[in-house]
Design a protein. Structure first.
Length: 170
């Protein structure tokens, strides 16, 4: 598969949007090309991982994880699975299984860290993207606080009078 065909899916991943074409090409060049067979576990929840996986083609499903509903959640080509594991040590939060043959790029933390060492602007890009996400999350929490505040203060629990306490114990 031509490298351009592997770079194209990165363009649709928010974390990679805004990178220069050469930076994207280098990420793809450093990534492992892998094929998962139907039934293969691509990522396992609660397992330590050292790479994110970008689905290039095929069908995969999420079978466990945060916000998971009963049944299977289809993950389309172009989905980036466990993206933070390519940047920091963490465990996977979801289990993802190949439904059909899946072609993917495995972007390892060691290669991504080496790439960021060689190109510090790449690290700056990821810091800005993640900081933006955190800012949006914090603003969402503030909005929840404002909504809850509009209902007024919570009711204050009152203690029974001392005589009532004594009566209840006898």
């Amino acid at each position: 598969m031509a490298i351009d065909a592997l770079v194209r899916p990165l363009l649709n991943v928010p974390l990679f949007q805004g990178l220069k074409p050469l930076q994207l090409t280098e990420i793809v060049r450093r990534a492992d090309r892998i094929v998962y067979k139907p039934g293969d576990v691509i990522m396992a929840a609660h397992a330590e991982a050292d790479a994110a996986v970008l689905l290039i083609s095929g069908e995969a499903v999420r079978t466990e994880g945060p916000g998971y509903e009963a049944g299977e959640e289809a993950l389309p080509a172009g989905a980036l699975i466990s993206e933070m594991t390519m940047l920091i040590e963490t465990e996977c939060t979801s289990t993802v299984v190949a439904r059909t043959s899946v072609r993917a790029l495995r972007i390892t933390r060691s290669e991504m860290l080496a790439h960021m060492s060689a190109d510090p602007s790449l690290a700056d890009h990821f810091i800005n993207k993640i900081s933006g996400r955190l800012s949006s999350f914090v603003e969402g929490l503030r909005e929840v606080d404002r909504s809850l505040a509009s209902f007024g203060p919570p009711p204050v629990a009152t203690s029974p009078a001392p005589a009532e306490v004594g009566t209840a114990l006898h």
